[in-house]
Write a protein of this length. Structure first.
Length: 283
């Protein structure tokens, strides 16, 4: 029988002794650290850490109790997860299926640690694709008059499935502020453009403040500020004058699929911590 593995992520005000306190507690619990990473944000004065460890002498409840005591002492915001657990996920999509198809294939191939519980769409285009993966498909058409009722039904499905992640895989509807708040920190969107767009003076200062990684397709957390949520991953594709619209579209869609897959993978492996408008990503 293999030794259970866990992933601990945390953030707290930076001060000397945090790493020693965390690893010392894990040692007391009989844990063996397998992977560790940390980051000090000098701009905000916050410390971030991700630790993966094996532990057979303490169960998850015991570990959580001990960590909660440590969190109180060090003003930590922390989360503990079983490393082997698949993240319950709901995917939302409209009529462009390249990201959906890519995610489903990666999950089927064992490349993404997701348990896709449902697919929600405002169109019927991909019900057969969902059926081929034996995933429940919910067709919920949206109009201006029915938007509030449809979002209530979507949230009902998400909650009933116990989803810890919602992926907007080219879902072409703007979510309401209430919906964004309900999904805060657990909904990832893919945008087919360079985000954010900076205007005025000191654009590099603005870019640093928003945590830009690269220009290109952008995967970010969903917020009420349209397409301005904390960025998880970006990438760029080079094109030239010889490529027509169809070629550019194909390259762009491939870039979107890869960027979204990486963002979803890092989130599902608990490698992403929110840091205000930015993210800390332990790759």
């Amino acid at each position: 029988m293999s030794t259970p593995s866990y992933i601990l992520t945390l953030s707290c005000p930076d001060q000397p002794g945090i790493v020693h306190a965390v690893t010392g507690l894990l040692l007391q619990q009989g844990a063996n650290v397998e992977e560790a990473a940390q980051f000090n944000d000098h701009g905000t004065g916050l410390f971030f850490m991700r630790v993966q460890f094996a532990c057979s002498s303490s169960d998850q409840a015991q570990l959580q109790t001990a960590l909660d005591q440590l969190a109180t002492q060090w003003q930590m915001n922390l989360d503990l997860h079983a490393a082997e657990a698949l993240m319950p996920t709901v995917i939302m999509v409209s009529q462009q299926g390249h990201c959906l198809n890519d995610l489903l294939f990666r999950v089927k191939s064992g490349l993404l640690p997701l348990d896709i519980r449902a697919i929600i769409s405002n169109h019927r285009d991909f019900y057969q694709l969902a059926a081929s993966y034996n995933i429940p498909f919910h067709h919920l058409p949206v109009t201006a008059a029915t938007k509030a009722q449809v979002e209530a039904k979507q949230l009902e499905i998400i909650q009933a499935e116990g989803a810890e992640l919602v992926v907007l895989a080219r879902y072409m509807q703007i979510l309401s502020d209430d919906m964004c708040r309900a999904l805060s920190g657990k909904a990832i969107n893919i945008h087919h453009s360079f985000l954010p767009s900076f205007k005025g003076a000191k654009p590099y200062y603005q870019a640093h403040d928003r945590g830009v990684k690269l220009i290109g397709a952008t995967a970010h957390y969903v917020t009420a500020d349209l397409d301005e949520g904390p960025i998880i991953e970006q990438d760029v594709a080079r094109v030239d004058h010889a490529q027509g619209v169809d070629a550019l579209t194909a390259i762009g869609r491939d870039t979107e699929s890869q960027v979204l897959a990486r963002a979803v993978k890092w989130h599902s492996e608990h490698r992403v911590r929110l840091n205000g408008h930015r993210t800390v990503v332990f790759k």
